[in-house]
Write a new protein. Structure first.
Length: 196
């Protein structure tokens, strides 16, 4: 009886561990307020953080990145459960969430800090990204794909006031004019990826 209890406890712990598993992925595609809000609606995503990646400047500030001199792009760190959503599905979410055909621009936001980028952390991710983009080229879903594929060197979390910006500032003019419409457009296009 005790052995059965131990076995059941082990199974429960293993299942619980699998359910709690966490992985990270990093994407840049225009304003990080918009992208963070989009990823947080996706099933299997625990949360997203706004930050900076892709440049050489150490510990950049928002003001420095906004001027376009640091080489960094506004980037979102996505923390997700790979048992509930795959990295490839996150790529589909990313390409549904922005227009990769506009180089260094996304809607009203223009500059290298708003470029389209996917960061990889290992060879498997790199190969998955390249295969996914090749398939997009072949499908002609977009007229052009300017998305950069780059190894993640370092991710700098943005200042605290940027985190969950859309949620905490629903009446902000930019949120109302750009972020919310972008989120609504994504939801219509990506119903199968949304949380219940």
């Amino acid at each position: 009886m005790f052995r059965l209890f131990l076995f059941v406890s082990f199974l429960f712990s293993a299942t619980s561990f699998q359910a709690q598993k966490k992985s990270t992925a990093y994407f840049a595609g225009g304003c990080f307020w918009c992208l963070e809000a989009i990823f947080e609606t996706v099933r299997g995503v625990y949360y997203a953080e706004s930050g900076y990646a892709g440049g050489k400047e150490k510990n950049p500030s928002y003001q420095e990145v906004s001027r376009g001199y640091t080489g960094h792009a506004e980037t979102v760190k996505v923390v997700y459960n790979p048992n509930l959503i795959s990295f490839e599905d996150l790529l589909r979410v990313f390409f549904n969430a922005h227009d990769p055909s506009t180089k260094n621009a996304q809607g009203p936001d223009v500059g290298t800090q708003y470029r389209s980028m996917v960061f990889f952390q290992n060879e498997k991710e790199k190969n998955t990204i390249n295969a996914f983009i090749s398939a997009l080229h072949f499908s002609k879903e977009f007229s052009n794909i300017t998305t950069e594929v780059s190894a993640l060197e370092v991710f700098y979390k943005a200042e605290e006031y940027h985190q969950d910006f859309e949620k905490r500032n629903p009446n902000n003019p930019y949120v109302r004019a750009v972020s919310k419409p972008r989120l609504s457009k994504f939801k219509k296009k990506s119903k199968s990826y949304l949380k219940d």
